[in-house]
Ligand binder design. Structure first.
Ligand SMILES: NC(=O)c1ccc[n+]([C@@H]2O[C@H](COP(=O)([O-])OP(=O)(O)OC[C@H]3O[C@@H](n4cnc5c(N)ncnc54)[C@H](O)[C@@H]3O)[C@@H](O)[C@H]2O)c1
Ligand SMILES: [Zn+2]
Ligand SMILES: [Zn+2]
Length: 346
């Protein structure tokens, strides 16, 4: 079968590899019908995250069950499914405490031996361990496009909105209009805020943010972000902020834009230390939450999509076949043309 292999830093290629086989009775083999490229794939391929090359990349997928192991009870060949990037076992200490993204026996699809050695989804088939725990059914009423983002970026954006504890009428600021920030905008909308303010420098992505529910967009490269937020909140500051860029200026603005008692939810992954301006923010009694997104809401998110309350179609800016995926990496990695997500059909 064809699969996109990470050969060496900055080099991926479409190759013929062996089709995956059932290895454990709890495994399922899924035939991929739609996949996409994630920012984390780009970080791996560019060598910003440690991994030994030589594996199939990708962890966002929609597919059809091809085969199941003898212990799989909830899925059968022909069922349409999707799933998260991080697999979990349900039995280790982290899983039992509810931190399934931190499962010590799972691993992340398509991220190399350092992260569990599971092959990825930019491929014709993938092996899913602990299938009953990690897969979710897709109703016939929904197309692949509609559920492609459920497992990863939507789960992460939704988790960010939950952690921001958005109440009806709140003003929420989302920093970063990348795929994760845009999913955070769509998710924040579910909690009935009075205003969602979206901050980025990319005019195309900000426009997509408006389609997904942002009420105000702020150009961080052209406007004074804090002044704009101050005006939009009548000097009060925002109730909640979501940081989905992972850089110092957005982190600092996210702390500074909050009112007394505000909540900051950080999903951006930071690669450098940042000094926290405690003398300035300490007495605001802020709540800050951060870390890996909670991936246990997939069923709930599928239902919200089915009910018409979440529509992430505007995120798909490009459609290509698996045969063209190397070109897809170039476009998505360089952002040399306006791009949010690329839907890839094997
Ligand atoms: N916590 C988790 O579980 C989890 C999961 C997936 C991704 N992430 C992280 O979430 C972040 C967002 O992911 P993504 O795929 O959307 O990334 P992305 O790089 O596509 O998007 C980041 C956005 O931030 C914008 N940005 C950068 N600097 C800015 C600044 N100074 N002011 C305003 N905007 C700025 C960029 O223009 C871009 O649109 C990344 O850090 C990623 O690693 C976290
Ligand atoms: Zn991802
Ligand atoms: Zn576990």
């Amino acid at each position: 079968m064809k699969a996109l292999v990470f050969n060496e830093i900055n080099k991926v290629s479409l190759q013929d590899v062996a089709k995956p086989q059932i290895q454990n009775p709890t495994d399922a083999i899924v035939r991929i019908t739609l996949t996409t490229i994630c920012g984390s794939d780009i970080h791996l391929v560019h060598g910003h995250m440690k991994s030994t090359p030589g594996y199939t990349v990708g962890h966002e997928f929609v597919g059809v069950i091809d085969e199941v192991g003898s212990d799989v009870t909830d899925f059968k060949p022909g069922d349409r499914v999707t799933g998260p990037p991080a697999m979990h076992c349900g039995q280790c200490e982290n899983c039992r405490r509810g931190y399934t993204s931190h499962c010590t026996r799972g691993g992340i699809l398509g991220s190399g031996v350092e992260m569990g050695g599971l092959e990825g989804t930019q491929s014709e088939y993938v092996r899913i361990p602990f299938a009953d725990l990690n897969l979710v059914h897709i109703p016939d009423t929904l197309k692949d496009d509609q559920v492609l983002f459920v497992g990863d970026i939507l789960s992460t954006g939704y988790s960010a909105a939950v952690d921001a504890e958005i109440k009806t009428g709140d003003v929420v600021v989302v920093y970063g209009a990348g795929p994760v920030g845009l999913c955070a905008v769509a998710s924040a909308k579910l909690f009935s805020p009075s205003k969602i303010i979206l901050v980025d420098m990319d005019p195309f992505r900000l426009k997509v943010g408006k389609q997904l529910g942002a009420d105000h967009i702020v150009r961080a490269d052209e406007e004074n972000v804090l002044e704009v937020i101050n005006e939009l909140t009548n000097g009060r500051g925002s109730d909640a902020a979501i940081e989905a860029a992972g850089v110092e200026p957005t982190f600092l603005n996210a702390l500074r834009c909050l009112r007394v008692g505000g909540r900051l939810s950080l999903v951006g992954i930071f690669s450098k230390d940042i000094a926290v301006p405690f003398p300035e923010i300490f007495f605001k009694n802020l709540t800050v939450r951060f870390g890996l997104g909670d991936l246990k809401n997939m069923d709930r998110l599928v239902r919200m999509i089915e009910a018409g309350k979440l529509d992430l179609a505007p995120l798909i800016t490009h459609r290509i076949s698996l045969n063209e995926i190397e070109k897809g990496y170039d476009i998505f990695g360089s952002r040399k043309e306006p791009v949010v997500k690329i839907a890839i059909t094997p």
